[in-house]
Design a protein around this ligand. Structure first.
Ligand code: HEM
Length: 123
């Protein structure tokens, strides 16, 4: 009985150690995904998506694909559509009417993010 107790305890700790050692081999899942997922787009890339049904915008350094969202946007289409294919931080921050979007709109942005905007090349 004593021998059985010692060997199962030993086996238990062996397994615990093996799992712990195994986890050291892998990079943390979130970190490796975040690095792989963040694509960089130039302003030229952005400009290729300048129509309402293929509409990318750059806002606060990130690039978004709003093609699916545009028909849902609460304003008149002619207020938002001209910003497709462009850097639209100022327009988003002010709604072109001098007032900001709600925190709800800010949260919505995250759903459409596809990457980040490349920094301007120094002239
Ligand atoms: C970049 C160009 C954009 C412009 C010029 C613009 C402008 C407007 C305008 C005029 C309204 C109507 C309500 C009001 O007059 O206060 C509005 C509402 C709204 N927009 Fe935009 N918008 C833009 C982009 C976006 C984006 C990218 C999102 C989210 C993905 C968004 C989400 C919303 C929401 C949720 C509302 C309802 C009211 C609020 O939450 O502020 N808009 N926007």
């Amino acid at each position: 009985m004593r021998r059985f107790y010692i060997s199962t305890t030993l086996l238990f700790w062996l397994l615990v150690t093996a799992f712990w050692a195994g986890s050291l081999w892998l990079p943390p899942a979130e970190q490796s995904q975040a690095v792989a997922a963040e694509k960089t787009y130039s302003k030229a890339d952005l400009a290729k998506h300048a129509t309402p049904d293929n509409c990318w915008m750059a806002i606060r350094g990130s690039v978004y694909d709003f093609s699916a969202y545009l028909p849902e946007h609460p304003s008149r289409p002619d207020l938002i559509e001209p910003w497709c294919g462009k850097e639209a931080t100022e327009a988003y921050n002010t709604k072109t009417k001098g007032r900001p979007h709600t925190p709800y709109a800010d949260e919505l942005l995250a759903k459409f993010k596809i990457g980040k905007l490349a920094a301007d090349k120094p002239k």
